[in-house]
Write a protein that binds this ligand. Structure first.
Ligand code: L34
Length: 290
């Protein structure tokens, strides 16, 4: 079994980006500048956003963290987004999800200028992704693609089963795996909570991508011998033996599934760090697309 080491792969990518940033600076070009808006935010969101800011430092980008109160009105958030849309210093920005319940995520997604939408969530960018036109690709699915590519995993002609149809992971993941490209050209089945015979379908997957959002949902009986398993889930569960009081687990029952598959991504240290590396790639291309 080969471990798909997202932590190490993300570090490699960040070193490559750092080299490119050095060249940009040497050529007198603008230093890429990423901003992140965090509204309120639980511990997990704060951890992820802080990791994004830290990654910016590592690759030599400038970064701005806009941390606003959980009680902020939708209108105030939309105004802040407009400010960033019009700020020439900022090349790209993200609004960390989830948002507090009183704020409409769809409205927020639409308010971000497609040119600065380094999360790749704006309908214009989703449309371009579907048409295989150059654009910002959503960070998590693109991180998974990059991981498959760097581990030389053949996707062409393979049966890829994606579990979960969220706007930010499952849906775009299924489109990217089916696109004409490398990685891509897979035969994709997108499954979700209404899928009948889910276990049987998963057990036919050459590549199984779990983005269900339920801890340890994927058990060994759902996995074909020799399959490639990518775990996009991330859950904090109580663990009194840890200083933090919790441990991280994924959507996949790693201990049992890892005995059966050819490749598997761990949690932590799998897709999470790749999401961040992928955001750095998009921010760099925000400069290049200009
Ligand atoms: N707008 N919202 C927006 N863009 C995104 O791309 C995200 N996502 C998801 C949640 N909301 C978002 C993230 O950034 C998930 N996500 C994310 C990013 C990083 C990590 C996990 C999820 C990550 O670094 N995970 C580490 C462990 C971190 C910890 O200690 O909790 C890992 O090794 O998996």
């Amino acid at each position: 079994m080969v471990l798909l080491d997202g932590k190490k792969t993300a570090q490699d990518i960040q070193l490559e980006i750092a080299e490119k940033v050095k060249c940009l600076k040497a050529d007198g070009k603008k230093t890429p500048h990423l901003a992140a808006i965090l509204v309120g935010g639980d511990g997990a969101s704060l951890t992820y956003v802080n990791a994004k800011v830290k990654a910016c430092e590592k690759v030599g980008f400038e970064s701005t963290l806009v941390h606003i109160d959980a009680t902020t009105s939708e209108e105030d958030l939309l105004n802040k987004i407009d400010e960033l849309n019009n700020d020439d210093a900022i090349d790209g920005f993200i609004v960390q999800l989830p948002l507090p319940k009183h704020i409409d995520e769809a409205k927020v997604t639409l308010a971000v200028s497609p040119r600065k939408d380094v999360d790749g969530f704006h309908p214009e960018n989703i449309g371009k992704m579907c048409l295989n036109l150059p654009t910002f690709l959503p960070a998590t699915p693109n991180g998974v693609l990059e991981m498959l590519k760097r581990y030389n995993i053949e996707t062409s002609g393979k049966h890829c089963v994606v579990i979960g149809r969220s706007h930010i992971v499952g849906s775009p993941m299924s489109i990217l795996m089916a696109r004409n490209g490398n990685p891509g050209n897979a035969t994709v089945t997108l499954t979700h909570s209404r899928t009948s015979n889910l276990k049987e379908i998963c057990a036919t997957a050459d590549i199984l991508i779990a983005a269900v959002g339920r801890p340890l949902f994927v058990t060994a009986d759902m996995v074909k011998e020799g399959a490639v398993v990518v775990d996009v889930g991330i859950h904090r569960v109580e663990d009194s033996s840890k200083k933090s009081g919790f441990k991280l687990i994924g959507d996949v029952d790693f201990a049992n599934v890892s005995e059966k598959c050819s490749h598997i991504s761990p949690v932590p240290g799998g897709v999470g760090p790749m999401t961040i590396a992928s955001l750095m790639m998009n921010t760099l291309s925000a400069i290049e697309l200009k």
